[in-house]
Design a binder for this molecule. Structure first.
Ligand code: ADP
Length: 784
């Protein structure tokens, strides 16, 4: 497809071409072409008018075709030359020299300089010759510097080669090549133009006259260099254009008189420029150009494009030969330079990877990879990265929003490549074309490289690249002037071609290279090792914690058990003292009373502690427990409290059965009910005992996570209530929110024991309360 956008997708039939059946001539038919791919650029039927061309029969070197300007340049009109021996133009001696040259030199599809002719109108003519498809082509070029009077190219090129060979990177090679060619030719701008995988081009190196604005980094649509032109550059190294738009000379006759075939001019230095390309260059302000190819084996990697902006520019044979040599050296050096680049980038990324992981190891885990000094964006060439870890997204750079990331993750988890055991990675450069997503997402996340970090769940790392259109500088209007349509409409203006280009690259990112994918997979392994080692650390911490809990229980047991004995002694001794006559002093008697009260209080504290330690130590005896029965038993055990005031107790019908330790669970209810009666100042105490089956109630924000998945039991009272800021305090050992003897007194161990018992059942206890209105204590026993 070309800038004109009228491709007929390869089904161009002869009859539909404007030159219908006749040999093509760019001069006659060029402007009627609307489709670049149909333009016969290798058989244009014309040459650039500053030179002349002869087509000779190989056997007798008689003239079969000649350019129509032969009269002016060679002194013989075409009709005077056709069918005549070449000696008519060259003279006998030179004709003999040509014959000898053809017999001895490798001229097949390889134009070589033979001699310089004085020239008919004063200007010297360089003569080059090559053979192709059974004919001999002789080109005559009028140049200021002929091959015999120009500079010493051999010494020049020797230095150039040395400079190219010492280039340490691909960039340095490109910079050196552009600088050398500009110095050698004296052209205004020399660029290295690289083809991307989708065929579009980017200027990656440039040498220019200082007053020109830089085109470095600009991108150009693939259509700007259509396929027929690329094909020529796979076959030749060089394409000179002395003066864009200068008059052309047509061949006489247009087709070979013996074979009827058009002349293939692929290797001719004088080949006339394609009509469409001429127009395109003119629209860019280019007046003369030289293009060289950079090849990787048989592939066309890119071009070296040289522009001149002020009229005709002579490119004599020797200059061209030197440039051709440079293009060949660049092509050879290119692979080595690219390998060096790849290696050094890989080493760079490897270093970043190590640093990132050690950063994560020492500074708060994986999330440090998005908010630390180094981020995931340093590990790969991307504009955004996201990590799903610990049930949330961590993002850096340009990424979709969390809900959009969720969508991408859900979609990805289903993809087979994601669960591959050898290469679990997903890569695309056009996400929007694979999954339904908003234009915004497909613009900033067109490129996605995703790695799973665990087999189950969605622990993931994403890297994003935006669509190319957003990240590239477009070279559509390099002269900063309004679009000027060509003589054939807007088909060839850079901006016109950009619009077509932008459609084709929308939603498309720069593709991920294989080496980047390999790098990401290696990164994944290191991150997973880190995750595993952190999990191991956690298990160890848990073990240590369990061990210290056990130690605490053992300590509580020993302390409370062993302290009870001496306490009993003190108590007994104090009693004896009250009876003794030695306490005549009433103050002393009071002190001894106090001592007795303290021993009693300490005894109940020790009793609670002992009980608590037993609760932690004794194994649970799990059985099927009828909660209906159990609650009524518990109510029976708090009758003393019930008797204190009028009270109404409502128990929901048909409480379910649960698997639990009956005695321990009853203790839980006894404690909760006892508190519900105790902390109640209303004249009519009202207590309700009920339950919610799983999922029957909505979780409130402060409730523990996931509690609604199991049955929830509750004890609700209309008592004094608890300020929610004490929500954690009430479970602390010996913590009371009131004075020691208020509300019937207590040790402050009840709820601590309740919590321990419930936790041993794998459950949770929590409450809602409003001071002055009442409290509701909830119990969920968790998975049994
Ligand atoms: P104790 O009842 O022995 O003081 P608990 O551990 O059972 O110890 O309770 C701790 C504290 O929580 C109590 O001192 C009380 O302030 C508060 N509390 C417990 N249950 C209720 C309730 N149903 N209503 C109001 N306050 C309560």
């Amino acid at each position: 497809m070309c800038a004109a956008g009228n491709s007929v997708n390869g089904d161009i039939s002869e009859a539909r071409l404007p030159w219908d059946g006749q040999a093509y001539s760019v001069k006659r038919f060029g402007t009627t072409i609307t489709d670049c791919d149909s333009e016969p650029v290798q058989t244009p039927g014309c040459i650039q008018g500053h030179g002349a061309l002869l087509v000779l029969r190989p056997d007798d070197l008689t003239v079969a075709q000649v350019s129509d300007n032969s009269g002016a340049l060679l002194g013989h009109a075409p009709e005077a030359l056709l069918g005549q021996p070449v000696s008519r133009v060259l003279g006998e001696a030179n004709a003999e020299e040509l014959r000898r040259f053809l017999a001895s030199e490798p001229v097949d599809r390889n134009p070589l300089y033979v001699l310089t002719l004085p020239g008919h109108n004063g200007a010297a003519l360089d003569v080059t010759v090559h053979t192709t498809e059974g004919v001999v082509i002789v080109e005559f070029e009028a140049t200021a510097h002929t091959a015999t009077n120009g500079p010493d190219y051999f010494s020049l090129i020797k230095l150039t080669v040395a400079r190219l060979q010492s280039a340490a990177s691909l960039q340095a090679l490109g910079d050196a090549a552009t600088a050398e060619i500009r110095a050698l030719t004296g052209m205004d701008r020399v660029m290295v133009y690289k083809f991307h995988d989708d065929g579009h081009g980017e200027v990656v190196a440039e040498s220019r006259r200082p007053e020109l604005s830089s085109w470095l980094g600009l991108h150009y649509p693939a259509a700007d260099i259509p396929e027929p032109a690329r094909e020529v550059f796979r076959r030749t190294w060089i394409r000179p254009m002395r003066e864009i738009g200068a008059p052309l000379s047509e061949l006489v006759p247009l087709a070979h008189p013996d074979t009827g075939r058009p002349l293939t001019m692929t290797h001719c230095a004088l080949r006339a420029t394609s009509a469409i390309h001429t127009e395109y260059l003119q629209n860019m302000g280019v007046t003369a150009s030289l293009t060289l190819s950079i090849r990787r084996g048989e592939q066309l990697w890119g071009l070296i494009a040289c522009h001149h902006y002020a009229g005709a520019f002579d490119l004599p044979y020797n200059t061209r030969a030197a440039c051709e040599l440079i293009a060949q050296i660049v092509s050879l050096q290119h692979k080595a330079a690219e390998d060096r680049d790849y290696l050094s980038r890989q080493l760079g990324f490897d270093e970043v990877r190590q640093l990132l992981v050690s950063q994560a190891e020492h500074e708060g885990g994986l999330s440090a990879m998005v908010d630390g000094p180094l981020t995931l964006l340093d590990a790969l060439d991307a504009q955004g990265a996201a990590l799903f870890h610990q049930e949330r997204w961590w993002r850096v750079g340009q990424t979709p929003e969390n809900d959009e990331l969720d969508m991408i993750a859900d979609w990805l988890i289903e993809r087979p490549e994601f669960s591959s055991s050898t290469e679990p990675v997903f890569v695309t450069d056009a996400l929007g074309k694979l999954m339904p997503c908003s234009p915004e997402v497909s613009a900033i996340a067109a490129g996605l490289l995703a790695l799973p970090l665990s087999k189950r769940g969605k622990n993931l790392i994403f890297w994003f690249r935006p669509e190319t259109l957003r990240s590239i500088d477009w070279g559509g209007n390099p002269h900063d002037k309004p679009m000027v349509p060509g003589p054939n409409g807007p088909r060839l203006t850079p901006r016109g071609s950009f619009e077509l280009f932008s459609d084709s690259v929308r939603g498309q990112s720069v593709p991920w290279q294989q080496w980047e994918i390999e790098l990401a997979l290696r990164f994944r392994l290191v991150v997973m090792q880190l995750v595993i080692s952190r999990a191991e650390q956690l298990t160890e911490l848990n073990l240590n914690l369990a061990r210290s809990n056990d130690d605490l229980d053992a300590f509580a047991y020993v302390a409370s058990h062993d302290l009870k004995e001496p306490l009993r002694g003190i108590h007994k001794y104090a009693h004896q003292l009250t009876d003794s006559a030695a306490l005549a002093n009433p103050q002393d008697a009071q002190r001894v009373d106090g001592l007795i009260r303290l021993t009693l209080r300490m005894d109940s504290l020790l009793e609670s502690l002992l009980h608590f330690s037993r609760v932690g130590r004794v194994a649970l005896e799990l059985e099927d427990v009828d909660l209906d029965e159990l609650v009524h038993e518990a109510l029976g055990m708090v009758v003393a409290r019930r008797a204190e005031k009028p009270s109404e107790v409502v128990v929901a019908p048909q409480l379910p059965h649960m698997r639990a330790d009956r005695v321990r669970l009853r203790e839980v209810f006894v404690n909760l009910l006892s508190n519900a009666f105790k902390y109640n100042d209303k004249p009519d105490v009202r207590i309700e005992i009920g339950w919610y089956p799983p999922h029957a109630v909505d979780r409130k924000p402060h409730w523990p996570p996931e509690v609604t998945q199991h049955p929830i039991f509750y004890v609700k009272d209309n008592g004094i209530g608890i300020e929610m800021r004490h929500a954690e305090q009430v479970y602390k050992m010996f913590k009371r929110l009131h004075g020691r003897d208020e509300y019937g007194g207590g040790t402050g161990a009840g709820l601590t024991i309740v919590k321990k018992l419930i936790e041993r059942h794998g459950g949770v206890v929590w409450f809602d309360s409003e001071p002055g209105v009442g409290s509701t204590f909830y119990v969920s026993l968790g998975v049994q």
